[in-house]
Design a protein around this ligand. Structure first.
Ligand code: DX5
Ligand code: ZN
Length: 213
């Protein structure tokens, strides 16, 4: 299981330190939640802060866009050379064009689906992306309760991925912890995002990441 701690739950007063610490603790990706106050009812960070995150990180950035104007935000973050940029399918009229744009910038494209969006909605995009992010909470905030129907969606997505693009990864984001990690693994998840679980773990980041792996 690959682990991508969400820095939404980090200490923003000591952000660079926290980012270095999760990288040293063995995370695989650094998950960055970008919210615009329109697509979701919350506002987070822009390229000025994320460039400081990119400098501190020794693992690739996994930028999760929760915004209305995806193409504009791709242009803002592309110079930081993230590993992945994901966009919400619910907010994109021309996904093939956006995927091509992300790839042409040397970044791996990923698509995100809200908890109610069926995996079949993106069947004909799967051949073109490197990862699909299934939300297991409504996007906007850390620390929410896991929605268990994501497990059924993972299984349905896995079958579609096997048909169209077997190397595409499945990532799950929201409410992930040591109680549901086993079910996620069995269902076929490759990458988990964990914010409050990793940053709030009593025994530290290394133990938290190890327990998910
Ligand atoms: C929610 C974000 C998540 C969030 C996860 O909109 O996409 O990445 O920070 O936080 P936890 O793991 O606390 O649910
Ligand atoms: Zn996220």
């Amino acid at each position: 299981m690959l682990v991508a701690p969400s820095i939404l739950s980090a200490d923003f007063g000591n952000l660079a330190k926290d980012v270095q610490a999760i990288c040293e603790a063995g995370c695989d990706l650094v998950h960055v939640d970008v919210m615009d106050g329109h697509f979701v009812p919350n506002l987070t960070i822009g390229p000025v802060v994320v460039s400081a995150v990119a400098k501190a990180a020794t693992k690739p950035l996994d930028i999760h866009l929760m915004v209305e104007n995806n193409s504009f935000f791709v242009d803002l973050f592309a110079p930081l050379k993230p590993g992945y940029i994901s966009f919400h399918i619910e907010e994109e009229k021309h996904p093939h064009r956006l995927i091509q744009k992300i790839r042409s910038l040397g970044i791996k494209p990923a698509i995100t689906l809200n908890p109610h969006t069926p995996p079949e909605a993106i069947e004909f995009l799967l051949a073109d992306v490197d990862m699909v992010l299934l939300m297991s909470v409504n996007p906007g905030f850390g620390g929410q309760k896991f929605i268990p129907s994501v497990l059924e969606r993972v299984k349905r997505l896995k079958a579609l991925i096997q048909k169209h693009n077997p190397s595409c990864l499945i990532e799950v984001d929201g409410g992930v912890n040591n109680q549901n990690i086993e079910d996620l693994k069995v269902a076929g998840v490759d990458v988990v995002v964990a914010g409050s679980y990793v940053f709030g773990h009593k025994e530290g980041y290394t133990k938290a990441i190890e327990s998910l792996k």
